[in-house]
Design a protein around this ligand. Structure first.
Ligand code: SAH
Length: 239
């Protein structure tokens, strides 16, 4: 994990021995399970360290020191797939409650296995569509931090993600490439769902190529009951 350790050091984070072991195990399990299930196209040892682990960890650049040290922080990862960015964040932060949400049962099987292998506590894996889970009181407007990577266009994603966010919390979307238009198109949805665009932060790390951003949206008022709409509708007819 030399590449990961070096790059996180430049972010001001020193990974301890346990965390390095957890990332190593995570890599091994990912590669092993990828032989049976299609979890990721990135399998090279160096590339996984940077494009999956480091890239996930950059989400912490959106957090304050108080948030990072708050043991009661709660996080949900929407469309987590093989656990990105949720699991690397959990390895790093240790304490927070983490919910990993994905609609695919096969991915959940892997997530159960890997979170046990890594001995991560306070992690819950939920199989379901965000459009439905977001209406359950246990999850609706319950999270300080909602994260998501590579799931949908921002205009669609805010309808899936902001309902989970408590008022005063934030949604951090990891985005790549040309995002100006995407953000402009999402303005109405952000407003409708009770959000306010707070910051677009460019990630500048020599280890990560391409333009990468964190789009940070504050939750400033309650999401109207009718959102999210039924499964598939946010994507077919973005707000
Ligand atoms: N976040 C991961 C996976 C991205 S692939 C990563 O960056 O590597 C997108 C994932 O989102 C898939 O695993 C898919 O099953 C899930 N997904 C897509 N739409 C969803 C929805 N409406 N509710 C829950 N999960 C969804």
């Amino acid at each position: 994990m030399k590449k990961l350790v070096g790059a996180t050091h430049r972010l001001g984070i020193e990974l301890n021995a346990r965390q390095v072991r957890q990332f190593e195990l995570y890599y091994q399990e990912l590669i092993e399970w990828n032989k049976k299930f299609n979890l990721t196209a990135i399998t090279d040892y160096q590339e996984v360290q940077l494009k999956h682990f480091l890239d996930s960890i950059t989400v912490i650049l959106a957090l304050t020191k108080e948030e990072m040290e708050n043991p009661d922080l709660s996080i949900i990862d929407i469309g987590t797939g093989a656990g990105f960015p949720g699991i690397p964040l959990k390895i790093l932060l240790g304490q927070p409650r983490l919910v990993l949400l994905d609609s695919t049962a096969k991915k959940a099987t892997f997530l159960h296995h890997v979170t046990q292998r890594l001995e991560l506590s306070n992690v819950e894996i939920v199989i379901g569509r965000a459009e439905e889970i977001a209406h359950l009181p246990l999850y609706r407007q319950q999270f300080d931090l909602v994260v998501s990577r590579a799931v949908a266009l921002l205009s669609v994603l805010v309808e899936l993600a902001l309902p989970f966010c408590r008022i005063g919390g934030e949604f951090v979307a990891q985005k790549k490439g040309e995002i100006r238009q995407e953000i402009i198109k999402a303005n109405k949805a952000i407003d409708t769902l009770g959000g306010k665009l707070s910051q677009v932060r460019k990630i500048e790390l020599e280890e990560l190529s391409g333009e990468r951003y964190l789009v940070i949206i504050d939750k400033i008022c309650a999401t109207p009951e009718k959102y999210p709409r039924r499964p598939g509708v946010p994507k077919r007819r973005p707000i």
